[in-house]
Design a protein around this ligand. Structure first.
Ligand code: GAL
Length: 755
């Protein structure tokens, strides 16, 4: 029977009602056109009879027959959908009593306020239900129908492509494993070109068979083709992987919750997913400036010398990141200051802060026997170690408390602004084995899937939100429902093209991703990498092993400085983009497919903020590439020259500047002058660039940039509008549409870029 716990959606109610009884379910199937060859249809019918015979035999002699039903009819349709918000439904498959859902680890509760403003939608699986069965060994398989023309995208931070319309993926947390599905953030969420999304809200290992695996009695299987026809007969194209009509997910556990989301288009679906997961993270303003991670062996003197060089050269710097050498012992870690390198951590942090520079600390979670936490954490840790360090069970409050207390006194109270949480993705040969045990009884694979999320939760809520202080940091593993965490994922991988795809992939899956730059073989590569990083969620040079600095290639130092200044000038634009992520779930960086589904195949460009299209140079000797622009008029960001959309255009640059295009009717609020760091951005006048023929608007978001007071309404929104006056000249008008806080930036001045 259909049980509807809460719904105001009569369409949905009506549509699921027909699934209520088993007979009706079969009825629903029969109306679909059977395109199979005749002989397969006969076989399917006889399978049903065979099953009926088998099941009656089973009932009479259960032990002797030992057969289980294997047809589609053996699947249980999910009919008890609970409505969570407009266009969002949840259901349980199997036994979920003890299962850990990713949404229970989210940074914030669902943003029901924003979701309530979204339109009601029809339930996307009314025609053919999502169903599940228990495997012979007690796991759960979900079967999610999928139409022949649908395209599927997502499954987390996959770097080898966004299209998952036919794939087998092992969604286990791991370092990047090229194409297998194993990745730093294997989020079990995908969107369909039909305008819906599916999120499997479980922290179990998952294996996804997207359109792979043809059930013998499914409708819509392609017809078999003779691969070796006799002479005189034409060979039809034979397929090594005949496409199935469903996504099947093997859950390595007794049950799972499944969330279905529907939207007006794929972008709307992704936004609803982010809102369900608590909305997007809003980093502090300083987090969006430039970060420099020093060499792992750097001591205070070396850091100070590098900072002084940044100042001398006038290169922006917001955050200094310390790598493992700041600790007394690392791999496993003590989390305690190495006084031989940093004799006065408090003085050091305060000195940097005086210059407006924040300190970020590297750590991995594995506890060294030499840490003063070791004794307390020993009984609260898993059976196995990582690099001979304890793996604390942070589902246990006492374990959380111990770490928080130490971090609070040793780091936070002296002004440390955040962390880089390393090695939570692991690798089988050094991570805990799947059979490890944890004192809370949490299975080891669940720990592996959720450890990155748990660390973000601990640090974000326990250390920063508790003090009404924002943080921004890095983490090497994350997973479902992570959108509210202010952490960017990074990787040791180093392929520039993969990095660009990663930016798009993260935008689909509620993640922030930062491509890495640590060194480069030549100046050309260095410039390409540096600029891509400058147009990412977290702009950082990770010199932990290379010891590089932005002026590493002296001849390119001026250009690098100019790119970083551009990043700083774009802070007001980028900060507003993050506010839209937070309040409306709109990813600040996203793939072309969320902009224009017909450009889903274009994976080497992306959209940055509301209206800038970024087409990075990569992998070529010349600074020249093809760019595909969506329909409409576009403009070159730097010159304002119009470029016709709906076209492929060639972008070239003698100096290697990253190609940037702006959509018709866009306003880009920028600092008039580049700030040396975010502190210097406050109160600065803005140049509002306008690209277009008729006019446009931009909602400029402002708050204190440091605390969570915006959650209490303490923020300001200035609506900037450009329109043409009677004489045909462009004018900029400003209306404060929300007046909860003082302005962050200064007065605005229009700069018409259109040529
Ligand atoms: C790696 C990490 C690098 C760097 C290094 C320090 O695992 O990915 O970014 O932090 O550890 O040992």
């Amino acid at each position: 029977m259909v049980t509807m716990r809460k719904t105001h959606d009569s369409t949905f109610k009506a549509k699921v009602e027909f699934e209520a009884a088993k007979g009706e379910k079969q009825e629903g199937r029969r109306v679909r056109k059977d395109t199979r060859p005749r002989w397969t249809r006969v076989a399917a019918v006889s399978t049903v009879f065979a099953l009926a015979a088998a099941s009656s035999a089973l009932m009479s002699r259960p032990q002797a027959a030992g057969r289980r039903a294997v047809g589609l009819a053996a699947l249980t349709p999910l009919t008890s959908w609970e409505k969570a918000a407009p266009g969002i439904w949840r259901a349980k498959a199997g036994d979920v009593g003890r299962e850990l859902r990713y949404t229970s680890l989210a940074a914030e509760p669902p943003r029901l306020d924003a979701l309530a403003r979204r339109s009601e939608r029809d339930f996307p699986f009314a025609e053919e239900p999502i169903a599940f069965e228990r495997t012979a060994d007690g796991k759960i398989v979900l079967r999610i129908p999928c139409g022949p023309a649908e395209k599927l995208y997502g499954f987390g931070l996959q770097f080898d492509g966004l299209d998952r319309s036919q794939a087998v993926l092992t969604l286990n947390v791991d370092h990047w494993g090229k194409g297998s599905g194993r990745t730093h953030a294997p989020v079990p969420f995908y969107v369909s070109s039909r305008g819906y999304g599916v999120f499997i809200d479980t922290s179990r290992f998952l294996k996804i068979y997207a359109r792979v695996g043809n059930r013998k009695d499914a409708l819509g299987n392609p017809s078999p083709v003779d691969r070796n026809p006799p002479p005189g007969e034409t060979a039809e194209p034979w397929q090594a992987q005949p496409r199935s009509n469903a996504v099947e997910a093997l859950v390595d556990g007794p049950g799972a919750e499944i969330v279905v989301l529907a939207g007006a288009n794929m972008a709307d679906v992704v936004e609803r997913y982010n809102l369900l997961c608590g909305g997007g993270a809003l980093p502090p303003l300083w987090g969006l400036g430039f970060w420099h991670r020093v060499h792992a062996e750097a001591d205070e003197a070396r850091v100070q010398a590098e900072v002084a060089e940044f100042e001398k050269r006038g290169i922006p710097l917001d955050v200094i990141g310390l790598e493992p050498g700041w600790m007394t012992k690392s791999y496993p870690c003590t989390f305690e200051w190495q006084r031989k390198r940093f004799p006065d951590p408090a003085g050091f942090a305060a000195g940097l802060l005086k210059k407006g520079i924040r300190l970020n600390l590297w750590e991995n979670p594995y506890v060294s026997p030499e840490s003063r936490l070791y004794k307390a954490l020993f009984p609260l840790s898993g059976s196995h170690m990582v690099w001979l360090g304890l793996v604390p069970d942070y589902t246990i409050p006492a374990a959380r408390q111990a770490l928080l207390e130490q971090h609070r006194t040793d780091h936070i109270e002296i002004g440390v602004s955040g962390y880089k949480i390393d090695e939570v993705d692991g690798y089988d040969v050094w991570l805990w084995p799947d059979h490890a045990s944890f004192p809370s009884g949490t299975p080891a694979p669940v720990m592996r899937q959720a450890y990155g999320l748990m660390m973000q939760d601990l640090i974000f809520k326990g250390l920063f939100k508790a003090r009404n202080l924002r943080t921004y940091g890095l983490v090497r593993a994350s997973n479902g429902a992570a959108s509210g965490y202010p952490f960017a994922i990074y990787s040791d991988a180093y392929d520039l093209k993969e990095y660009i795809v990663g930016i798009g992939a993260a935008g689909i899956s509620g993640l922030l991703w930062t491509p890495e730059i640590r060194d480069a073989g030549n100046e050309h590569d260095w410039l390409d990498r540096m600029q891509l990083v400058g147009f990412s969620a977290l702009a950082q040079l990770n010199a932990w092993a290379s010891g590089t600095t932005p002026w590493h290639f002296p001849a390119a130092a001026g250009k690098v400085k100019a790119f970083l200044e551009l990043r700083m000038r774009l802070l007001p634009y980028l900060y507003s983009a993050f506010a839209a992520y937070h309040f409306e779930g709109a990813p600040p960086l996203r793939p072309m497919l969320l902009e224009d589904p017909s450009l889903a195949h274009v994976e080497d460009q992306f959209i940055f903020g509301p209206s800038i299209l970024v087409a990075p140079f990569y992998g070529r000797k010349e600074w020249s590439r093809e760019v595909v622009l969506p329909e409409g008029e576009w403009y070159d960001f730097r010159t304002g020259a119009p470029v016709r959309g709906g076209n492929r255009v060639k972008a070239e640059s003698a100096s290697g500047e990253i190609p940037l295009f702006v959509r018709e009717g866009s306003l880009i609020p920028m600092l008039k002058e580049p700030a040396k760091n975010a502190e210097g951005a406050y109160g600065q006048p803005l140049e509002v660039r306008f690209y277009g023929r008729n006019g446009g608007t931009f909602d400029l978001y402002e708050d204190d940039g440091r605390t969570f007071d915006y959650e209490k309404g303490k923020y300001r929104v200035r609506r900037l509008s450009v329109s043409k006056d009677q004489a045909g000249a462009f004018r900029l008008a400003e209306t404060v549409v929300k007046d909860g806080a003082p302005a962050m930036f200064g007065k605005t001045e229009l700069r018409v870029m259109t040529r």
